[in-house]
Ligand binder design. Sequence first.
Ligand SMILES: *Cc1c(COP(=O)(O)O)cnc(C)c1O
Length: 462
Amino acid sequence: MRYISTRGRAPELSFEDTMLTGLARDGGLYVPAELPRMTEAEIAALAGVSYEEAAFRVMRPFLGDAFADDEFRGIIARAYAGFGHAARAPLKQLQDNHFLLELFHGPTLAFKDFAMQLIGQLFQAALARRGERVTIVGATSGDTGSAAMEAFRGLDNVNVFILFPHGRVSEVQRRQMTTVTEANAHALAISGTFDDAQARLKDMFNDFDFRDEVRLAGVNSINFARVLAQVVYYFTSAVALGAPHRAVSFCVPTGNFGDIFAGYLAKRMGLPIERLVVATNQNDILHRALASGDYETREVAPSISPSMDIQVSSNFERALFDAYGRDGAAVAQLMDELKSGGGFHISQGALQALRGDFASGRASEAETAAMIARARAEMGELLCPHSAVGVHVAQDFLGATPMVTLATAHPAKFPDAVEAATGIRPPLPPRMADLMQRPERVTRVGNDLTELETLIRKALAA
Ligand SMILES: *Cc1c(COP(=O)(O)O)cnc(C)c1O
């Protein structure tokens, strides 16, 4: 299995090199040169198997010869052993023909754990075999960072640095990053927004001297291995609801377009998905782009669903690549326009292709809060604000086809918003009840590339 860049000018890589590299050297994102397909019989055979076995069967064709089958099974088993639910991703019925896919039973209570725990184990296995070390730098709007710190802390061949926007993550999110005690894990509070953090991260990857010097590796959802891990729960949930004999739709709270792109891959692999609904909060660039064809960035407006407070949605580039008939030069041009002018226009043909796969909707702050309250009163469910955005948007798409809304985080990760809407303060699960008492360790840093690189070099030399 070979991987190619969405901008068409980077070397083709194997799965393992794609995973260890992150961003392609031409600034693009890696995607498989060809997607493996699963037959109807193979999909039907996923019914009743464990989450781990389904994960093995769905992901195995993407790996090429990177890992032996037994080794990969061991990696998957270790990745999901720390989850607090036997089903890993249980389904719960919310309304007629509307189901909630609970993706928050991992160690940091958000769906990011599904991918991060897996790539922690994949990195460890690959680097130990090669006798190499890497420096992982990630930007986070809150949940990626805590999941990455948790997955990579204490691993032998990895140092991990997480940039989060100072003052713009929830207290639980921040503490999950700043209370990690292992010396190889560093939480950095950067001035600015998540988009600033993500832009500085991209700058670091494009500084090839620095990139090679520290062996920079990325674990943001630009890393294809992360997207791949998320494909699995689309299969397990759809099969539980009758696929491949019955089509299923998904509504996905979206920021960086990683999670919903995983759903798109599942569809391309043969899973009968009728609709993939992009659900955004008030930072609705994706909803506007699908409606108008103009991808136009605005200021980020901080919301009660902070993990979706994003204007530059990295993984959308992967969807554009397919919508433009895999024309890397065309995608590179759009991304140049985005960088220089803050936006671009999607061609008519590409827009039609995107609309064939994706519907969209948005939830305002008031609608999100109202949905949290209504879900509690009418469905008996405490939703985190991100999941509430999804459940709100899904209301417009309910019908004969089962709808699965992804619950992307545990309500206790965002207790202030949940309490404001319902009067109930959701408690943390017992295994992390002392989080608010643990000492914090964090470094403040300016929104400045040189300052960041200096700080990382110093920490690696220490
Ligand atoms: C990251 C995150 C999202 C957005 O996921 P993307 O893959 O970036 O679209 C939504 N909800 C929560 C809780 C998250 O942590």
